[in-house]
Design a binder for this molecule. Structure first.
Ligand SMILES: Cc1ncc(COP(=O)(O)O)c(C=O)c1O
Length: 480
């Protein structure tokens, strides 16, 4: 580095470049609908365009940033396109992006209350706000026995719930001695794969995860769960954990949490409720049926980064009794000791998660809730559900298609009646067109298309156009 060029970006240069980046993002959102939703690059193309070696000397920011457009953008799948209907969304919004930018700018690491009191206290406060907003039980409030914490993902939340369940079931013995192979976890065949991953990581062993059968609506069958728990107990095993899902990934099925909860109480099992995407719907009283029975849960999570306009990553994880989680995860080396922790008057969120360090994620959530207000967020959810229901009606009215699962909220699972090959071809043609992006699942063994209405800017007109394109493409394939 020559003497003439300062090593660091000065505040003035940061301001100038920062304005350019924000302008670029604003322009990106203005032109996003003109871009093919699914990236078209073949494997390896992005890397082939990158220099083999890092630069020996620093480069001007303008040159670096120009490469975003040239090299990076062709390899972007536009999750923020209103024509993105794949998987579940990761919706963002202006206030969320600005909140995240501010969090990055402050560069705070909030592992302990004392390492930035505002980072902890804002998080506690916003998570308390969400309890009545979503009609969740009061035991999840920080003023009660429980409390909420922001994790990166629902996968981390499931893992932490399982770890706490494991320790509760073994009186904290497995933390000291490891697992003895007798602990058993339960989830439906439709449960997200993150639970299987958690069972592996937590040392229960994937053979000790029971995949419980589902009913005709793809919801967990409580009678099958009860039978399996009994059988495991008779075999000398120790049932310890059930994951119920409110809005499964494949078809948005709703597990009967109240019945499952009663069974868990009778058998002293930890009940974790995963409502990663659909939890957001409970903002609206008319969709709060979703949370029926959640008062039985020992833990619960939902992802504002899916449908609540808060960019990735942001999972809100609640426990009914924080002492299990803290006792499971707390380790206190000398270098983290401090007066505030020792006073017992503060929360140290490092004890509520796997990593030590943590970002100031609550800023973006706070910005989102304040920008939209409860009514704005409700309006957003209602409109998406309305549009999705309209789409479902169009599917019902076209005899070539069928709905493959009930459409409760914003996910439509549908397929051509003609068979798997036709459906796969239809999906590939649609995605190659660049006009939209949707993904598939298998329901009742059949290839099924999933269309999820959840991206921030998806409006009626986008979904209308998507349906026209689906119909036209199906007709063309039929002719060929
Ligand atoms: C029901 C459910 N649980 C968990 C997950 C995993 O989400 P995350 O990426 O937050 O770990 C998903 C992802 O779509 C999901 O749908």
């Amino acid at each position: 580095m020559s003497d003439s060029k300062p090593l660091h970006m000065s505040p003035e240069e940061f301001r100038r470049q920062g304005h350019a980046v924000v302008d670029w993002i604003a322009d990106y959102y203005s032109r996003i609908e003109t871009l093919p939703v699914l990236s078209r690059v073949p494997p390896g193309e992005i890397r082939a365009n990158l220099p083999k070696h890092p630069p020996q000397q620093g480069e001007p920011f303008e040159r670096v940033f120009a490469d975003v457009e040239r090299i990076i953008m062709p390899g972007i799948t536009h999750w923020q396109s209103p024509n993105f209907y794949a998987f579940f969304p990761t919706s963002t919004s202006g206030p969320a992006i600005l909140g995240d930018l501010l969090s990055t700018g402050l560069g705070v690491q909030g592992m302990l209350w004392s390492t930035s009191p505002a980072c902890t206290e804002l998080e506690t406060h916003v998570l308390d706000w969400l309890v009545p907003m979503l009609g969740l039980p009061e035991k999840f409030l920080s003023s009660s026995t429980g409390g909420g914490v922001i994790h990166d993902t629902a996968s981390s939340a499931s893992l932490c719930a399982l770890l706490a369940a494991r320790e509760r079931a073994t009186q904290y013995g497995s933390n000291r001695k490891g697992c003895d192979g007798r602990l058993v976890a339960y989830a439906s065949t439709q449960t997200h794969s993150s639970v299987e991953k958690a069972v592996k990581i937590a040392g229960l062993g994937s053979d000790n995860l029971r995949a419980i059968e589902v009913d005709q609506n793809f919801a967990l069958r409580t009678d099958a769960l009860a039978r399996q728990i009994d059988a495991d107990k008779k075999a000398g095993l120790v049932p310890c954990f059930v994951c119920a899902t409110l809005g499964t990934t494949s078809s948005n099925a709703i597990d009967p949490v109240r019945e499952i909860g009663r069974l868990c109480r009778e058998n002293n099992l930890w009940l974790h409720v995963d409502s990663a995407m659909s939890g957001t719907a409970a903002l609206c009283p008319e969709f709060r049926f979703l949370h029926d029975g959640v008062e039985f849960a020992d833990s619960y999570c939902f992802n504002p980064h899916k449908w609540m306009l808060t960019n990735f990553d942001c999972d809100c994880f609640y426990v009914a009794d924080r002492k299990h989680l803290i006792q499971t995860l707390s380790v206190l080396p000398e270098y983290l000791r401090n007066q505030a922790t020792e006073s017992g008057a503060v929360i140290d969120y490092r004890d509520w998660q796997i990593p030590l360090g943590r970002r100031f994620r609550s800023l973006k959530l706070w910005f989102v809730i304040r920008h939209y207000g409860i009514e704005g967020l409700q309006q957003h959810v209602r409109e998406h559900v309305r549009i999705a229901q309209q789409f479902a009606d169009w599917v019902r009215d076209d005899s070539r298609f069928e709905l493959a699962a009930p459409v409760l909220l914003n996910l439509i699972c549908f397929r051509l009646r003609s068979g798997d090959d036709e459906n796969q071809k239809l999906m590939e043609c649609l995605n190659q067109s660049g006009s939209l992006y949707l993904t598939h699942t298998k329901l009742d063994g059949k290839f099924t298309l999933r269309l999820c209405v959840g991206q921030t800017n998806t409006k009626s007109r986008h979904v209308e156009r998507a349906w026209q394109l689906i119909q036209q493409t199906a007709a063309q394939l039929d002719k060929s």
